[in-house]
Design a protein. Structure first.
Length: 145
């Protein structure tokens, strides 16, 4: 339960900062990542750690060119939380898909997408990552029910 609160506190504070100032301090992600990885280690769920590491490597070396470093850290935080909830790398990638889909839908509605498919005006992405996590969480709860 504590991990849930720490995760949502971390990601929501980052989303608020991103939406308000488009600047997010990396330290906002630390409590969530440390808490999630600490829980995995305390439960000795070593098999979950490679998925988080793969997601971090993907974010740093592949996706950091598409969006900011704070967005990458937000996805790594989500991957750590997903691992605590029993998810896998597939779920991490689903959250990315959900986030980009919500972003695309909202920005298309606002007519902020040019002919090449890029945003005309940059927007804060972490709020959309939170929306992607909400979609994933609701989907997981519905499937478990």
């Amino acid at each position: 339960m504590i991990c849930v609160l720490v995760f949502w506190g971390s990601i929501l504070s980052a989303a608020w900062s991103d939406a308000r100032t488009t600047y997010v301090r990396d330290i906002l992600f630390a409590p969530g990542i440390i808490c999630c990885i600490g829980i995995l280690i305390s439960k000795q769920e070593w098999s979950a750690l490679p998925g988080i590491l793969i997601m971090a490597v993907l974010q740093i070396f592949l996706f950091s060119r598409m969006y900011g470093g704070a967005d990458c850290l937000a996805f790594v935080l989500c991957a750590a939380y997903i691992a605590v909830r029993g998810g896998s790398l597939k779920d991490d990638l689903l959250v990315m898909l959900y986030s980009v889909t919500v972003l695309a839908l909202v920005q298309a509605f606002r007519k902020n997408i040019n002919r090449k498919g890029n945003l005309k005006q940059p927007v804060a992405f972490i709020p959309y990552i939170v929306a992607g996590m909400v979609v994933w969480t609701v989907t997981e709860e519905v499937l478990r029910w």
